[in-house]
Design a protein around this ligand. Sequence first.
Ligand SMILES: [Zn+2]
Length: 344
Amino acid sequence: MTVAGFDIGGTKIAGVALAAPSAGADRHTLADVLVRSHRPHSIHGPESLVDAVAANVRELGEQLAADGHPPISAVGLALAAWMTRDRETVIWAAHLGVRNAPVKAMLEQRLGLPIVLDNDADGYLLGEDAMGAAADASTSILIALGTGVGGAYVADGRPLIGANGLGAELGHVTIDEEGPRCSCEAYGCLEAFAGGNALAREAAGVPAAVALARGAAGVAAAVALAKEAAAASAPAAPATDVAPRAEHLAAAARAGDAAAIGVMEGAGRAVAAGLRRLLPAFDPEVVVLGGTVMLSCADLLLPVIERELAEHAPLQGVPQPRRLVLAQLGGHAAAIGAAVLAAR
Ligand SMILES: [Zn+2]
């Protein structure tokens, strides 16, 4: 049985086709991934979502046929969306312009195939749980630093969904009630300190990151410029024209800029603060740290997270052979997770 999985993000669709586990194996491995795809999309609204999925399924099916593989018999979708507990209706997918739409039924009607839906963070951790960083663990949690902060908890291959479909939205655990406002409108969530948007907000106050975003000739020049400005007590130039992002901050931090290092340290401490609240709640074997910001800044963030957790770990009287690991499956993790879900 061949199944397909798609991860539909804000601007791109990642897809995979997965063969049945090879004879005798009780679970999928990376060797079962037959085809990968990665395409831009311009989805806006439920009808265009269905059109885009149908087109991607057709293309993947054609590639499979050309390579002599069996046709797709079920499709899994991972969506950046809040959805109902039964995973049939998308309540709100901001980037896709979809609100209160029975997406599962719409797709089943169009494609004539069984469809399973889940959110992108659940898909991501299901993929890592099936054949990535958490493959040897029965319980794992995910903290994914992307634009926001995604989270998931998987036990024995199943994601925690909760009473309202919001189970394990770990990026919205409060780490400081006095903190900045979050995208969810609460104050001081982990996401308000450590996501890509939070780092971009902080980067606007870091002169070296601002200079880099404006195209300063090299990191060293940007850091030197920032130092000169500080020595002359010149006010930092307002960052209104080109906004710096996490990558500019990271480059400045690697070049030794103290302000940039301070912001990255703060983000790492925020992740550790989140984990201190989450570890006693979930007691996972493995903590998977993923998302583009985490993976591209792991050299700066991971040592801080490890140090902070070592210094202030909860429940120290109980041995906890727990591992902090970086995600391994790259941009196709959630598509693989969705395909694994469809295979069931
Ligand atoms: Zn929040």
